[in-house]
Design a binder for this molecule. Structure first.
Ligand code: PLP
Length: 371
């Protein structure tokens, strides 16, 4: 019986068990759980990896976006532009700061923010554009940067799915004045729990976020800013430093899996992920196909032991928690809405075997032959 999950974290742990166990027990012996030296070591390594000057480890990707927006001064009454098909954590921090998320629809081929719609969404209140490298695919950063610099608006990247993604030979996260990463376990660089990071080239923003994440403290018991308790903990930092050394190799394995899927599925009535232009690299956080028979296909695969995901089944403007705050109606984002009924994320993780990809593709072929 096949049993292939969307992501299998156990395989990665088992492959490097001794390394993980020894780095964790090193921290346990020192018991330097909060802001131990491992945090700074990871921050330096991850900044270098992203090609930026600074990195600040925080408690989650959601907090990374929150602290990033907070550090550039996003406040009550401001507007931040992002896309309608993203994870809710892209917009919750905007709302937490009293600002308004302004949504736009997506490019029909790439699933990324539709650049032509950004200009129309800009108003006097726009403080930032918050593009998401959704599925690990490169967002159109050159076009977005042009719009932002013409209008004197900041870019904050949601790079929570984009560890190692490359756009025109630069790493995702190096375009925004500040950018956010998540180390949620299922991400390409995932901790053994929650974690996140803010990266920036600005020493001022770096200093501010270091204070903000640590309850606004500049010296012990001296609190100069209204801060948050949002530190990356030492245990997670030690795990992340270890994993960072493997990230590029793991991303290449993901790309190999994606290529195999695309080869084996190309003759089926499915829309496959878009090609990647030269000088760009998708980290294939997700491998997303599209079909009008999505629900049937997903159920069929699940009945055969292949477990897929949907990213995301309910567009943000139709979520109960925020639909009144956002103030949009059904049909305001036709592509996002249509695709939410058609997209399907197939299992992908570095340890997925070629033979398993073949099994999955064989099942998908059987499904379409029966239709
Ligand atoms: C995972 C994710 C986040 C939030 O990260 P957490 O670490 O879970 O808080 C934000 N945006 C996107 C696009 C994500 O995929």
């Amino acid at each position: 019986m096949i049993n292939i999950p969307l992501v299998d974290l156990k395989r990665q742990y088992n492959d490097h068990r001794d390394d993980f166990d020894s780095s964790i027990s090193k921290v346990l012996k020192k018991s330097n759980f909060i802001l131990g030296e491992e945090v700074e070591e990871f921050e330096e390594a991850f900044a270098k990896y992203c090609g930026v000057k600074y990195c600040v480890g925080v408690a989650s990707g959601t907090d990374a976006i929150l602290l990033g927006l907070s550090a550039i001064g996003v406040k009550n009454g401001d507007e931040v532009i992002t896309q309608a098909n993203t994870f809710i954590s892209t917009i919750l921090p905007i709302i937490s700061l009293g600002a308004k998320p302004v949504l736009v629809d997506i490019n029909p081929n790439t699933y990324q923010i539709d650049v032509s719609m950004i200009s129309k969404a800009i108003s006097k209140k726009t403080r930032a554009i918050l593009p998401v490298h959704l599925y690990g695919y490169p967002a159109p950063m050159r076009e977005i940067s042009q719009i932002a610099s013409n209008k004197h608006i900041e870019i904050v990247e949601d790079a929570c799915q984009a560890h190692g993604t490359i756009i025109e030979n630069k790493k995702a996260g190096s375009f925004g004045v500040v950018s956010a990463f998540s180390f949620y376990p299922g991400k390409n660089l995932g901790a053994f729990g929650d974690g996140g990071a803010v990266v920036t080239n600005s020493s001022l923003i770096n200093k501010k976020i270091k204070i903000l994440r640590n309850i606004g403290q500049t010296k012990k018991y001296k609190h100069d800013l209204i801060g948050f308790n949002s530190r990356l903990d030492t245990l997670q930092a030690s795990v992340l430093s270890l994993k960072l050394k493997h990230l590029d190799a793991w991303n290449i394995k993901r790309r190999r899996i994606a290529k195999l899927y695309s080869k084996l599925l190309r003759d089926l009535p499915l829309v496959l992920p878009p090609d990647i232009a030269l000088g760009n690299f998708s980290n294939y956080h997700l491998y997303v196909i599209r079909t009008a028979k999505r629900d049937k296909l997903m159920n069929f695969l699940s009945s055969k032991g292949v477990h897929c995901g949907i990213h995301y089944p309910i567009p943000l403007h139709m979520q109960k928690s925020v639909n009144k705050i956002l103030g949009y109606q059904k049909n305001d984002f036709p592509l996002t809405e249509k695709y939410s009924r058609q997209i399907l994320s197939l299992p992908i993780f570095p340890e997925l075997k070629e033979q398993e990809v073949e099994q999955i593709c064989k099942l998908i072929t059987i499904f379409f032959n029966r239709q």
